[in-house]
Write a protein that binds this ligand. Structure first.
Ligand code: MN
Length: 504
């Protein structure tokens, strides 16, 4: 599945005015072209940058913003004021803009030409105050926007712009996205519930339920030959347990697993879904709880949440879009169990089955083991470990009047062999320390279900939360319980008052 399509783009809007004459405007346009060309060759930027003609008046600014709103391939706009560009000219356009906005505060020349500088140079290179004028109107309009500061050739600036582009693309991907729920929520579970109408209004994606019988019919329709072909592919991609190999005592269970994958894939492709949920309480007509199928679909880019958890399914999808092309992968995850040795406390993350092999350290093994939950035949599943290194966990919860996105920075660590554990797993140490991280997470209501990714940083997710208008609660090196409590209390107030903080 293509997560970052090559035809997506961001628009580069450069502001000026007619005060300085045509020659200056020509120079502005030429300089902007140099920057746009450099952006289009920068490996940090995942999308095409499309430079628009220099903007010098309110009508053309309003028109370009209106065009951006309806341009299907435009995921956001980047603005920069090369010269002074009186910001009242931008009011109507910015009021109309419904795409993510990044304000690039840069300057064409990196260095001051100390011995040569004259008033022509001063008039041409005015971003230092032109971007402040633009910043005021952004503040006055209470606009959500990313502000990136530095020379356009700096690696740090490119990295920030790239992270914002990835977040804008994930937001773009959510608009009109469809998520399917096979069955409903796990009975009595609170955090996986939520208001799907509120989510569709806030985030642009829809979540709808389907009877598991509809899925079972798709699975039943899978031809034996197709299942055999997929089993052969499994044998190429994974190390198969001897009993699952062709001629092995339990090869038939692998064929059942292959049929579930093909049936699910057909269902999701036919309906144009970007993610899905399952629940072990509703498997009527399926031979096994879908394990291998879910793992492989996630690896292909589908969002997934277990036990009906559609919020996490949508978040897995968004993280996968942001992480596309970056090393490390992204997976549905659950804080499962702990190592509580003092000074070395860690979390073992896993699920009953459904961890994405995109985070695997090496070739997974394909195994079959009993599963006490679900009341079905033993499910096939991929088993693997994950490499050490920095990662983040993200969780999306519904607080009734709003959604909250939590992020915890963690470090995946090495761990002893887990010969008897028949599921994919990872082990991490949370920041700032185990006790603070767990206490802050619990105080903020973070779910046990998360998205785990070594591919992204807090910056990606913070950009995404800003674009989505989401409350963002970060647990990282800076976190203390005192500050966490205050932030959560202040947020309660802010999100009550925010709807009244208009631009008028
Ligand atoms: Mn679970």
């Amino acid at each position: 599945m293509i997560l970052l399509p090559k035809n997506l783009e961001v628009w580069f809007l450069v502001g000026s005015q007619h005060l300085y004459g045509e020659a200056a405007l020509k120079k502005v346009a030429a300089n902007a072209q140099v920057i746009a060309r450099a952006f289009n060759h920068a490996e940090e930027l995942p999308l095409k940058v499309v430079l628009k003609p220099v903007l010098t008046g309110p009508d053309e600014i309003t028109q370009i913003m209106d065009e951006a709103n309806v341009a299907k391939n435009c995921v956001g706009v980047v603005t920069w004021m090369h010269t002074f560009s009186p910001a009242k000219m931008w009011i109507a356009g910015l009021k109309n803009l419904r795409k993510p906005l990044a304000h690039l505060h840069t300057q064409f020349n990196r260095d001051l030409p100390w011995g040569e500088i004259d008033m022509d140079f001063m008039n041409l290179n005015q971003a230092a105050h032109g971007d402040r004028e633009f910043g005021f109107i952004g503040a006055r309009l209470r606009l959500n926007r990313k502000i990136i500061v530095g020379h356009w050739s700096d690696k740090d600036v490119l990295a920030q712009l790239g992270a914002w582009m990835r977040a804008a693309t994930a937001w773009h991907d959510w608009q009109g996205a469809k998520f399917a729920r096979f069955g409903d929520n796990m009975r009595q579970v609170a955090v996986t519930e939520g208001n799907k109408v509120s989510a569709e209004i806030a985030f642009g994606f829809s979540v709808n339920g389907f009877g598991v019988g509809d899925l079972a019919a798709k699975v039943k329709a899978v031809k034996d030959a197709a299942a055999d072909r997929l089993c052969a592919k499994y044998a190429e991609e994974y190390t198969l347990a001897p009993e699952l190999r062709q001629g092995g005592a339990r090869h038939e269970s692998l064929r059942d697993g292959a049929k579930i994958e093909l049936g699910m894939r057909a269902f999701l492709e036919d309906g144009g879904f970007k993610g899905f949920t399952t629940t072990f309480e509703d498997l009527h007509g399926l031979a096994q709880l879908p394990g291998l199928a879910v793992q492989r679909l996630m690896a292909d880019g589908y969002g997934f949440g277990a036990e009906g958890d559609w919020k996490t399914a949508a978040l897995v999808r968004a993280f996968k879009v942001m992480a596309d092309g970056l090393p490390g992968g992204a997976s549905f995850m659950e804080d499962y169990t702990y190592h509580l040795e003092n000074g070395k406390r860690k979390v073992l993350g896993a699920h009953m089955l459904e961890i994405c092999p995109s985070i695997a350290a090496k070739k997974p093994t394909l195994e079959i083991h009993p599963l006490g939950i679900g009341g079905k035949a033993d499910p096939v599943r991929l088993v693997f470990d994950t490499p050490p290194g920095p990662a983040i966990n993200g969780s999306l919860i519904d607080l009734g009047n709003r959604f909250r996105l939590l992020v915890n920075e963690v470090t995946a660590v090495k761990y002893p062999p887990l010969q008897k554990l028949p599921v994919a797993r990872t082990v991490w140490e949370p920041k700032p320390d185990f006790a603070t991280a767990a206490a802050a997470w619990i105080l903020a209501g973070g779910a046990h279900h998360t998205v785990f990714t070594p591919a992204l940083t807090k910056e990606h997710v913070e950009n995404f939360a800003d674009i989505a208008g989401l409350e963002y609660f970060l647990i990282a090196e800076h976190t203390t319980m005192c500050n966490a409590k205050r932030e959560l209390r202040w947020n309660e107030l802010y999100y009550q008052l925010a709807p009244g903080l208009g631009a008028v």
